[in-house]
Design a protein around this ligand. Structure first.
Ligand code: 5GP
Length: 183
């Protein structure tokens, strides 16, 4: 038996990370893929736990070596999914969740046609903008890039199997749990 590949996408600031943290607390059998990125760690982020933080040349070597299942540039940085843990989790029959942006989600959809693909939406764009600005972790330029990218991602929501609106957190979490358990 092989596990299920679950792709979770949605604009920056929509609360994907918080939803996943709560989901994983309830479902320790699920494995969350740790991505590689060239962006700098935010306060509290730990190398190897939240991301593998690579310099650009290291990231480009990983691409050249075929070590990434997918990768994309987002708001000026590279992000990508190391392929080895994905393979080993699926081979063990365990489900794995990739929390990735749109371009990466499209690449994965081509490789894993039976992946479960879920898109998380904000209640409205103003709420999203406020969340990104209030997070206080990004430069003004990065905030603008994230907002522009958010519009592009939201416009692609119908490419996904399911959409969840993260308005009331507990409702969104229950919907996510339902999809992951049965989807
Ligand atoms: P952040 O900088 O806010 O942690 O992430 C920025 C965006 O990159 C988010 O939309 C996040 O889902 C996405 N992302 C994180 N890891 C990966 C990855 O491995 N591949 C791709 N394609 N996107 C990723």
């Amino acid at each position: 038996m092989t596990g299920k590949l679950i792709v979770l996408t949605g604009p920056s600031g929509v609360g994907k990370g918080t939803l996943l943290k709560a989901l994983l607390a309830q479902h320790p059998e699920l494995y969350l893929s740790v991505s590689a990125t060239t962006r700098s760690p935010r306060e509290g982020e730990v190398d190897g736990v939240h991301y593998y933080f690579y310099p650009r040349d290291r990231f480009e070597r990983e691409i050249a070596a075929g070590a990434l299942l997918e990768w994309a540039e987002f708001a000026g940085n590279y992000y990508g999914t190391p392929i080895a843990p994905v393979k080993s989790q699926l081979d063990l029959g365990r489900s794995i969740i990739l929390e990735i942006e749109l371009a990466g989600a499209r690449q994965v959809a081509k490789i894993f046609t039976d992946a479960l693909r879920i898109f998380i939406l904000p209640p409205d764009f103003q709420t999203l903008e406020a969340r990104i600005r209030d997070r206080g972790t990004d430069s003004p330029e990065a905030i603008l890039r994230r907002l522009e990218q958010a519009k592009v991602e939201i416009a692609a929501q119908s490419e996904f199997d399911y959409q969840i609106v993260n308005d009331d957190f507990q409702t969104a979490l229950a919907e996510l749990e339902q999809l992951v358990s049965n989807g």
